[in-house]
Design a protein around this ligand. Structure first.
Ligand code: PEP
Length: 255
């Protein structure tokens, strides 16, 4: 892991409840962990509760959302705006998770709009990108990722990665128990940084690139030894406080 402050982000997806929020904010109190950024993205109905519990329990957890609308307001049933996220003190948002791309049909252009909307409203976007099994077999991994990054650059410029985060999330590794090897992940992270460097070398050096895909308390340490891995986006293991804590401690030890 390079010098950037590691970010360990939990994506709870459609899981969790208020008592889990209470448990996490107590376990991750201000004495529990330092030197890294810890983030939980619960289902949107629980964001306010998480923000409140963070204050009540003097917790180090940052509060995030799993999705945001590219629109400001209006007749968009079921959607959530940046103003709403700001009002409940969410400071990060995941955009373009592969489940949103595959199940809800989000395109690279739409995801770029969400990225811009978040950034323009002081919420840090975490841009997810990764290839399917088939795309990896067809040697398309780098093309898929370059397309997602270029959509953001085309819409809002390379500077927008100064205040954003990228998560490499191979679709074949998500929720499968089959993580990318540290070497596989590092190769893609290196590609991402080199691709950004074609636009701006300084921005490329400063952006945090997380790995996501079956990260757990056993494989995290090896992943964090890689030069271009600056943390993790964790699904399943982020629902169990002691597993998530071990992942965070591994990130801390890698500093
Ligand atoms: C994810 O959904 O972003 C993810 C990485 O899930 P898991 O850790 O369960 O593979």
């Amino acid at each position: 892991m390079s010098q950037l402050t590691p970010l360990i982000a939990g994506n709870w997806k459609m899981n969790g409840n208020k008592s889990l929020i209470s448990e996490f904010t107590q376990v991750f109190n201000s004495q529990a962990i330092d030197g890294i950024d810890v983030l939980i993205c619960p289902p949107s109905v629980y964001i306010e509760s998480l923000s409140q519990q963070v204050i009540n329990n003097n917790s180090v957890i940052n509060v995030g959302a799993q999705n945001v609308s590219e629109q400001m307001s209006g007749a968009f049933t079921g959607e959530i705006s940046v103003d709403m996220l700001n009002e409940v003190n969410a400071t990060f948002v995941i955009v373009g998770h592969s489940e949103r791309r595959a199940i809800f049909g989000e395109t690279p252009e739409l995801v770029a709009e969400k990225y811009k909307m978040a950034l323009d409203n002081n919420i840090t976007p975490i841009l997810c990108s990764g290839e399917t099994d088939q795309e990896r077999e067809d040697d398309k991994t780098f093309d898929v990722i370059a397309t997602d990054i270029d959509a953001v650059v085309n819409l809002t410029g390379i500077e927008s990665f100064k205040n954003g985060v990228i998560a490499y999330e191979p679709v074949w590794a998500i929720g499968t128990g089959k993580s990318a090897t540290p070497e596989q992940a590092q190769a893609v992270h290196h590609f991402i940084r080199s691709h950004l460097a074609k636009y701006d070398a300084e921005v490329a050096q400063g952006v945090r690139i997380l790995y996501g895909g079956s990260v757990n308390e056993k494989n995290a340490a090896e992943l964090f030894k890689q030069n271009d891995i600056n943390g993790a986006l964790v699904g399943g293991a982020s629902l169990v406080s002691d597993k998530f804590m071990t992942i965070c401690q591994n990130a801390q030890s890698s500093l």
